[in-house]
Ligand binder design. Structure first.
Ligand code: NAI
Length: 281
């Protein structure tokens, strides 16, 4: 059993004789990970789940299908939870249950990473964390800039969990002069006028937009012009970006609305009533 205190760190190659992949295979997987496979349109977190069963598995010579990429973070989260509980090996059935997918799909997904498990034993949790992290490009720390040091930006900056998942908040920017110079999490807020300099000097890979909707497109344009090609957008609008830029949108209200739909349907079923929405579903 692995120690719960020693959560597998994706940045480290376990370097096990006989199971560690060849370096060129590792590089190939990193290349075909998130950066290479995500679409250039906005796609919310819930859509990753919707991909389940909908996206046709298309040919992927040397690559990983989009639908698989969308499920890898879910596997990773389940694996972290298992590791925290001290579980060192897991069967495909157990991992599939923990991740909420069927085990045949899980085995196929993991086979894209060259991970097949051992018959009768299952998967080594620590090594699988390494393999999935590597495929997602998480075996390095990605410097992230958060633009907008308001309620949301502050919460993100103060969340300690990003570091252990391969992300480092390298900078925080805001247009409000009264916030500039304040320490948030591990960074000092700088003025958004410094955006281009911050992106260049910190080698920013990912920009997080946590400004009001009215300011978001302009912030996005500046991030992209400065060379950022991966953007996580919290503002409630659809950003226009050029080809080659990946934008993911997080919208908790959409998640809540989907939950409301299911709650409504369950209520209707419980009381034997039809509702318009349930009838159409
Ligand atoms: P807030 O008003 O507390 O913070 C916004 C910050 O952005 C302020 O500090 C403001 O000075 C700064 N700002 C405004 N224009 C700027 C610019 N051009 N450059 C740099 N900084 C600028 O707002 P809050 O609550 O933090 O929300 C931020 C954004 O996140 C909003 O668009 C909000 O709708 C969205 N949001 C999204 C959620 C989601 O589930 N996707 C959940 C909560 C908020």
């Amino acid at each position: 059993m692995s120690s719960a205190a020693e959560l597998p760190r994706p940045a480290q190659d376990p370097s096990r004789t006989g199971v560690a992949p060849a370096a060129d295979e590792a590089a190939a997987n990193v290349e075909v990970g998130v950066g290479g496979r995500l679409r250039r349109t906005e796609r919310g977190a819930s859509e990753a789940d919707q991909l389940d069963g909908q996206a046709a598995e298309r040919p992927y010579p040397g690559g990983i299908p989009d639908a698989t990429v969308a499920r890898l973070p879910v596997y990773l989260r389940a694996l972290y939870t298992l590791a925290e509980r001290g579980v060192s090996t897991v069967s495909s059935d157990e991992l599939a249950t923990a991740a909420g997918v069927n085990s045949a799909k899980l085995r196929k997904d993991l086979s894209h990473l060259g991970s097949y498990g051992i018959r009768g034993v299952g998967y080594d949790v620590e090594y699988l964390v390494y393999q999935v992290s590597r495929a997602l490009g998480l075996n390095q720390n990605w410097p992230v800039v958060i633009v907008g040091a308001g309620n949301l930006g502050r919460a993100l900056a103060n969340y300690g969990g990003f570091v252990s998942r391969g992300f480092r908040i390298a900078a925080m920017l805001d247009s409000d002069q009264s916030l500039v110079g304040r320490e948030l999490g591990s960074v000092i807020v700088r003025h958004v006028n410094d955006l281009e300099e911050v992106v260049a000097s910190s080698g920013i890979a990912i920009g997080v937009i946590a400004v009001p909707a009215a300011a978001a497109q302009a912030v996005c344009d500046r991030l992209v012009a400065a060379g950022v090609t991966s953007i996580l957008n919290f503002a409630p609008l659809v950003l226009n970006v050029a080809d080659g830029v990946d934008v993911r949108k997080v919208d908790l209200s959409i998640e809540l609305q989907i939950l409301a739909f299911h709650a409504q349907r369950r209520t209707a079923e419980r009381f034997g009533q039809g509702s318009d929405a349930a009838a159409e579903a």
